[in-house]
Design a protein around this ligand. Structure first.
Ligand SMILES: [Zn+2]
Length: 332
């Protein structure tokens, strides 16, 4: 048993309370490798933004859970080295799908876990979430739960259709489970293809797809039911067209990839939405930078020469999100 406190990490309780009061959102960035982690920590340290490092079940399998934990501990020390005196870094399990997985993360030094039982019937979702909360809270680890179903594909999580969260269920759910934050479904979606062309309109000038707007009326109704309760948005990448264009220009094939417009996320960040998950955008930045090097310097075979530019582009992306979308800069 390792306590996250020994690793210098923090849970989400104080972060979220401050974010709701201050009208901004905490970035939750997924990581699987060293370059991604370096980019996240540099961006957070330089902008003094609290940050949530997210590990999915897939990342745990890819990178090894022991290594990931020491990487997170290393991230805290790296942040201090960069001049961030009291780093506000949370290590969070993204989409935990069983009590055993959540328990193992709590025991392994995570400061926050998500139990995603949203695909189960309502009463079963409550029972499983409650069980995780009761275990995690003994160690002051915070728990995110989910109500409603997001469309899209993310590691093991996938669904063809979305079901908006029902505002009439949220009070009962939050009260009976004791969860610390609630991921809701209001039209965000996992992956780089958040909407089919049929769901979108097309901008006549650029020919680009324009996605349907988020259901802010559902968000408003949820906030009315649960005033001041931390709300989480998953699947909130914007799929920047500059990266999609770079990927396509340098030999990739991502036709009609589309995400959530940043002005909608900016609006959400000012509300009780206090955690916004961004994963696909950094994957796109990484891939775009690597493809560019490969296309321009086909003789290059030193991974530092293409992972380095990928890291730089991700850092730029993370800073942009922190400063221009979430507004969490200067808050830690
Ligand atoms: Zn998610």
């Amino acid at each position: 048993m390792v306590s996250y406190k020994e690793l210098g990490l923090v849970n989400t309780r104080e972060m979220f309370a401050k974010a709701i009061k201050g009208g901004y959102a905490i970035p939750a960035f997924n990581f699987n490798n060293m370059e991604q982690l370096q980019a996240i920590i540099k961006a957070a340290a330089e902008t003094k933004s609290p940050v949530i490092l997210q590990v999915s079940k897939g990342a745990r399998n890819y990178a090894n859970q022991t290594l990931l934990r020491y990487m997170a501990q290393g991230a805290v020390e790296y942040a201090k080295e960069l001049g961030w005196e009291h780093p506000q870094i949370c290590l969070h399990l993204d989409h935990g799908d069983s009590f055993e997985l959540c328990k193992s993360c709590v025991d392994f030094g995570f400061s926050s876990v998500m139990i995603d039982a949203s695909s189960l019937p309502y009463e079963e979702n409550i029972a499983l979430t409650k069980k995780v909360v009761e275990y995690a809270h003994q160690f002051d680890v915070t728990v995110e739960a989910e109500l409603g179903v997001l469309a899209g594909v993310e590691d093991e999580v996938s669904s063809a259709v979305s079901h908006y969260t029902k505002p009439e269920e949220v009070v009962d759910f939050a009260t009976r489970t004791g969860c610390d934050s609630l991921a809701i479904s209001i039209g965000t979606s996992h992956g780089a293809y958040k909407f089919t062309p049929e769901q979108c309109t097309r901008d006549p000038k650029t020919g680009r797809l324009v996605p349907p707007p988020l259901a802010f009326d559902v968000l408003d109704a949820i906030m009315e039911q649960l005033p001041g309760f931390p709300i989480v948005l998953h699947g909130s990448s914007s799929v920047p067209q500059e990266y999609v264009d770079m990927i396509n220009q340098y030999g990739g094939k991502l036709p009609d990839a589309v995400g959530i417009p940043e002005e909608q996320l900016r609006k959400a960040a000012k509300s009780a939405v206090c955690k916004i998950n961004i994963d696909s955008d950094s994957r796109l930045a990484f891939t775009a930078a690597v493809r560019k090097v490969f296309a321009e310097k086909p003789g290059e075979f030193d991974p530092r020469k293409y992972c380095g530019p990928a890291r730089d582009l991700m850092e730029e992306l993370y800073k942009h999100k922190i400063i221009n979308v979430l507004g969490s800069d200067g808050k830690a």
